[in-house]
Design a protein around this ligand. Structure first.
Ligand SMILES: [Zn+2]
Length: 277
């Protein structure tokens, strides 16, 4: 059974429901909550993880580990490859991303933002699904596969905002004439400074962090939950399997992000209604 089907069949037992309510109490009493999400959340939207069993790269081969350096060495060739991908991993990724739709986890986080219980989502995913679900305060550490970004002025563009002439590659930034590349952060590419700064600002303000669908072992995300814990804040983890965070987080809810976040949202709504009446 694929993971996204397993998530749909998942039932929340009494113990997990009680933990979901505790998580909801943390969210409603916090002054600034930041969610941190990763690949695990999008597995339920049919996007396989990159590595491991059934992983895109495991099946189709890995992208070059020096992708960004290759881009800088020959941006024209990198753009030709982007416009007509030949590598199996690149076409598989493109097709998978084109089909993916937000799941209950993405939608619940967007609704938590509407209810004033999620001030920002920091994601390691490039799949645009938080955006599609309606999250407005969003920091995409590894970029967004739909967007383009100027390497000089760091402006991001919708694809239609940039003239891409196959005869005259690479395209130029409409603002500054700089070098345009896809917004997805490649291997060897630094995280864009505006996003990194945004993450540090958000984490510095957070007294509650909701970690969903990530073991948060990769820099810089790995530091964020511990920053919050160090300052006496609350960390709520939602992952299908125990992770390095389990046992150190204030609360660890073991289950798929979609159904569990939906349950947390249910309790948040109920608590807010009870307070209002
Ligand atoms: Zn520019």
């Amino acid at each position: 059974m694929a993971s996204h089907e397993a998530a749909m069949d998942f039932t929340i037992n009494d113990a997990l429901d009680a933990q979901s309510e505790l998580a909801a109490r943390s969210l409603t009493s916090a002054s600034h909550t930041v969610a941190l999400t990763g690949a695990g959340l999008s597995v339920e939207s049919g996007i396989p993880p990159f590595r491991g069993k059934g992983g895109l790269w495991t099946q189709h081969g890995e992208p070059p580990m020096d992708g960004f350096q290759r881009f800088l060495r020959d941006p024209r060739k990198a753009w030709q490859d982007r416009l007509s991908p030949r590598e199996s991993w690149a076409t598989a990724l493109r097709d998978t991303l084109a089909q993916a739709k937000p799941n209950a986890g993405h939608r619940s986080l967007a609704e938590l933002e509407n209810l004033g219980c999620c001030d920002c989502v920091i994601t390691q995913n490039i799949d645009d699904l938080h955006h599609q679900a309606g999250t407005r305060s969003l920091l995409e550490i590894h970029g967004n596969h739909r967007l383009l970004r100027c390497l000089d002025c760091i402006t991001r563009f919708e694809p239609e905002e940039v003239v891409v002439d196959p005869e005259n590659l690479p395209p130029q930034c409409p603002h500054c004439g700089g070098l345009i590349k896809g917004d997805t952060v490649q291997f060897g590419e630094p995280i864009p400074p505006d996003v990194l700064r945004g993450c540090f600002e958000q984490v510095a303000k957070a007294d509650c962090m909701l970690v969903a669908g990530t073991s948060a072992t990769v820099y810089p995300a790995a530091e964020f939950p511990f920053e919050v814990l160090k300052r006496g804040g609350v960390v709520v983890e939602i992952n299908p399997e125990p992770t390095d965070l389990t046992g150190r987080a204030t609360l660890s809810l073991v289950g798929p992000g979609g159904p569990v976040l939906e349950r947390v949202l249910h309790h948040v709504s109920a608590l807010l209604k009870a307070t209002a009446s």
